[in-house]
Design a protein around this ligand. Sequence first.
Ligand SMILES: [Fe+2]
Ligand SMILES: [Fe+2]
Length: 360
Amino acid sequence: MKVSFVGSDKTKTGIVLEFSPDLAIVPKEEAEIQFVEITGAEILAKLPKTFAMPTYFILNTKEKSVIEKIKVFKINGLFFVPLKKDDVLKKLKLAAGHEGTQGDGDSYDIMRAKIIAKAENIPALPDLARDLVKLTRQDNSQLKDFVEKIKQDQGLSSKIIKLVNSPFYGLRKEVASIDRATVLLGVNTVKNLALAVSTELYYNKNFAMYKVSGQKLWEHCFAVARLCEGIAKLVGEDEDSLYLAGLMHDMGKTILVDFLVKEVSDMAEETEQLGINHAEVGELILNKWAVAKPLTEAVRKHHERMGDKISQILYFANLIEIDEEEREKNIELAAEAFNIDSGEMASVIGKILSGQPEDN
Ligand SMILES: [Fe+2]
Ligand SMILES: [Fe+2]
C-alpha cells in the first residue's frame, strides 16, 4: 500500500523499518492513503477538517485537549505511537474492504485515546508507596526505616492495624500497634500491607458496571496479591514482586469503569464497548508508576494462560481467587504447571484464603 506521511523523521524511519514491504512511503500525488502524525494542538490547528484522500492520524501525544479536538476531524482512523504493525495493517485492510467509510473517524480509536490519556494522568502513588515499590526485602535496614515512617503516618498506621486484625491475617489476638504487627508478621509483611492500603483510594468509586463494589474489588486484589506471594514462595520466584503484581493486576478497571456505559462480565465485553481492556490499561498505569517490566507484562497477560512464570503465577492466583466452584481443579492445574505437589499447593492456598496464621 502506498502511503504519504507528514510528521517527524523518527516516526517516518520507524514506519519504513517496520512496515516494508507492506507499506511504502511515497510522495502525496502517488499515495493511496495518508498518515499525519499529531504531536500537539499546534499541528491540529494547521490541518483542514476533511481530507481528499483516506487519512489516518498517528497520535504521538497524551494531551487531553488534543484528544478532545480530534473528534471534529473527518478521518478514517487513529493509530498510536509506538505503531503496532499487526493492528495497523489489519485496520488498513479492513478499511480497504469497506471503500468509502471515511466519515466521523473511528469512535473506538477516540475512546481508546481518551482512556489512554486518563490512564497516563492517573494520580501518582503516595510518596511512601512509591518508595516501597522500589524496595526489596533484601534492604533490611531500609525496611526498618520505612516502618518508622509508617508509624508517623496516623491514617496509614490505623488502616494497616485494621487490616492486620481482619480475618485475612487470622491473628488470634487483637493487634494494637505497628510495632506489635511487625513482631507478629515481620517487617516485610507490614511493608506489603502499607502498599495494599495505599492502593485502596483508587477503588473508592462506583464499580456497578463491573457488578461489584470498590471495596470487594480491592479485597479481590489484596487476596490475589497474597496468593501470588504464597505461590511465588512455593515455586522460588520473588515474593515481593509477585505480591505487587497481584495487588495491582486489576488497576485498569479503576480507569475503564469511568467509561463503561453497560455492565461487563469479561474482557471481551470491555473491548467491545471501549476498544481496550483492563489488562492493557493496567499495564499502562504500572509503566507510568515505574513498576518493573516483567511485572507490567504479567499484568497485561493476567487473563491468558501462557507466558513466563511470573505471568502464570498471576494468571492462576487470579483464577483461583475468582472461581470458587472450580478452585480445586484450578489449584491442581497450577500445581501441574509449576511442578509442585498439588496437596502442598492446596494447603498453602487454603491457608491464605481462609486467613490462617502462617507458622513462623
Ligand atoms: Fe482481571
Ligand atoms: Fe482479577
